[in-house]
Design a protein around this ligand. Structure first.
Ligand code: FAD
Length: 292
């Protein structure tokens, strides 16, 4: 199913993001994650592509498993800046063969010496996909501004361009302060961007997340989270409990504010995904009219 159709059916779409196993790693590792995610039944599952600049192209393989073995809708990420036109065209062709109906068009992070020069921005990739695929195209957006952009106004102007070129839905970068997202949404709508936007939520449940991925995104860390880390960094079970509680609270507040969707960065941690889903499912289902 196309994600644009999901947004027509649901008041609040609920999805997960996973990453493929590294090239050379046993693909079997992902099966237990997919089994568990299948039970939780998110509306769709997005699969990252070459995240962190690795030449990881198992995205199509995992999208194929999701769609054709597990019956879940995949959103295949695709980056372009470090690839040639031929490589990107081949990746799109592979997704077409699998029957993927949703692609997230991304620039990818700049890696010195890796840029091929065929694509500069995600806005170059969107028409390239449209020429080769009938899939729905999503794009990324940044409530705290993309780290390279001079200011939010300029960043939103570039975002509008992606939508005008054909992006039909947007997924946000992770954030921990809902007011930042809600203020951003006001600006996005004022700029005339009308497509659905899903809020990206990452549960902070492991010590390693604080230094790595979160710092990379440049997301602001509220005092509540700093306190959580200071108290529980060396107590893994309490850190997970606290992280699940924080993400749950953040999601319920966003649903209260009428957000159109939640995209949970689950980092392949199905247990955490299940815990958060159990907390929010009754409200989510009532919002969507499935459990009055
Ligand atoms: P763009 O939309 O191209 O924007 C990049 C920067 O260029 C911004 O500062 C923008 O304001 C500016 N800009 C855009 N157009 C122009 C223009 N015409 N002129 C001047 N400046 C311009 N990375 C991965 O490697 N793999 C993944 O799977 C992945 N998944 C992601 C999923 C989500 C939801 C998000 C939010 C990010 C993801 N990323 C992933 C990270 C992403 O690749 C980086 O954030 C990257 O630096 C920017 O990608 P973009 O598509 O947002 O770029």
């Amino acid at each position: 199913m196309r994600i644009s159709d999901l947004f027509k059916q649901k008041k609040a779409v609920y999805s997960f993001e996973i990453f493929p196993p590294k090239v050379g790693d046993d693909i079997g590792k992902i099966y237990s994650t997919l089994d568990e995610i299948g039970d939780i039944a998110p509306d769709y599952v997005s699969v990252t592509y070459s995240a962190g600049g690795s030449k990881n192209s198992r995205t199509a393989e995992i999208a194929d498993l999701l769609k054709n073995k597990y019956g879940m809708e995949p959103l295949a990420h695709l980056t372009c800046i470090n690839s040639s036109k031929e490589e990107v065209a081949a990746a799109i062709e592979r997704l077409n063969k699998i029957g993927v109906e949703n692609i997230l068009a991304l620039r990818g992070d700049r890696i010195e010496g890796e840029e091929k020069g065929d694509f500069c921005y995600a806005s170059d990739l969107i028409p390239f996909i449209k020429e080769r695929s009938g899939a729905d195209i999503g794009a990324a957006c940044y409530p705290e501004g993309h780290p390279e952009s001079a200011n939010l106004v300029e960043d939103i102007r570039h975002l509008k361009n992606k939508v005008d070129l054909g992006a039909t839905h947007l997924n946000t970068q992770l954030f921990f302060d809902n007011d930042i997202f809600l203020n951003y949404m006001e600006k996005v709508r004022l700029a005339g961007i009308e497509v659905p936007v899903q809020a990206g939520i990452m549960p902070l449940v492991k010590k390693s997340q604080f230094g790595g991925i979160v710092r990379m995104t440049g997301a602001g860390i509220p005092t509540k989270i700093s306190r959580m880390y200071a108290r529980f960094a060396d107590d893994p079970r309490s850190l997970e409990d606290a992280g699940v509680a924080y993400a749950t609270d953040q999601i319920i507040d966003l649903l209260s504010a009428g957000v159109q969707g939640i995209h949970l960065y689950i980092m392949n941690n199905a247990r955490v995904a299940r815990r958060i889903t159990e907390n929010i499912r009754p409200i989510l289902d009532r919002i969507n009219g499935e459990n009055k």
